[in-house]
Design a protein around this ligand. Sequence first.
Ligand code: FCB
Length: 439
Amino acid sequence: MFPENFVWGASTSSYQIEGAVDVDGRGKSIWDTYSHTPGRIKNGDTGDIACDHYHRWPEDVELLARGGFTAYRFSVAWPRILPDGAGAVEQRGLDFYDRLVDGLASRGITPWLCLYHWDLPQVLQDKGGWVSRVTAQTFADYAAVVAKRLGDRVKHWATFNEPNVHAMFGYGDGSHAPGVKGLPNMLAAMHHQNLGHGRAVQALRAEGTDFRVGSIVALQRIRPSADRDEDRRAVERFDAMWNGACLDPLKLGRYPDAVAADFAPLIMADDLVTMHQPIDFVGMNFYGPIYAQDAPASLFGAWFGPRPSDMPVTAMGWPVDPTALTEQLIRVSERYDRPDIYVTENGACYDDTVGTDGTVHDQARLAYLRDHLNAAQRAIPAGVNLRGYFVWSLLDNFEWSEGFSRRFGIVRVDFNTLRRTPKASYQWLSEFFARQKRR
Ligand code: FCB
């Protein structure tokens, strides 16, 4: 059993589900530009319609309520609020999240608001995006605008979603929007998001003394691809870049030793002090262990390598090993002196088959969730202050470069009719939550 008051949530993100990209004054984001660039996304998919959550949100809130979820983590689309990135506020954009937050409250579901899940206003990218230092302050100003409007009802705030992944793929290897490449750009994007985090925490604290504020990072267990010295060194560097670079500055006020020299030229005056704001929780997105290998010609000298051949994988090709979740929770807990941790994303992509009656018996996803919940639970007696678990994702959605070909939902979305059908995993989770609450 999990502790009492454990938070049972589901996670989504704005660009992946909302659609309605030209509605109510919304500006363009880097994902609009990227997805409309031929060849970028599998099958030429875009988020133009996605799950049409912008219009169908009452049905989605209903799904959360019926599933027994006590929390819902969503992200706000910056270009809906500030179509020009800064300056004039689009009230209709705020109105949408206002309705959503009230809808959640009416069903007793706690909103967890993430300010940035990768959909930077395109106008800001035109000025350099996260490679530019200025974006850090622009982000904090945006945070204040959202907090002023929703802060009376939203108390749980995350600044970023996976700034590490955003920087590596968006500004490092170019496989995500905005498609920028190169190590200097990646490092700058990390450093400026860290700075944006610090400034946004200050802005949020100024708006609400009762806010619980944190950040969400992809935190995976990194293991060597082979039993070789160079791969073990690669693990150290990969771990520092992936797990450390966007969390050590926030929690320890410095960059990890293995990458400190990379970041040194970017650090100005009191940057490290600004990044090191007290925060109330660490959000950990976990999918599976990463096997890293020495790769001198790669982005930062260490890169993804082969996994053990007998290890199962999901349809994303991501290794499945729940023991890595227990290990990584303990590691994060110990490294940062036992903070409150929430697993803010965990889930799996499989090629679902739909029965003739429209049902999806997603046994593989269900087993993945069951095994990872067990693994998360095992970290608690080891001293980890684990406070909640959010499944990724409520709905099948736009999976970035993979488009709609990759399904992570516990609710199936038919992308022709937009019809939602809960899968077996949804049913299983809701019974699991009910058992947890009944004791
Ligand atoms: C994470 C992202 C999320 C989703 C999952 C599968 O890296 O935060 O948006 O795409 O992976």
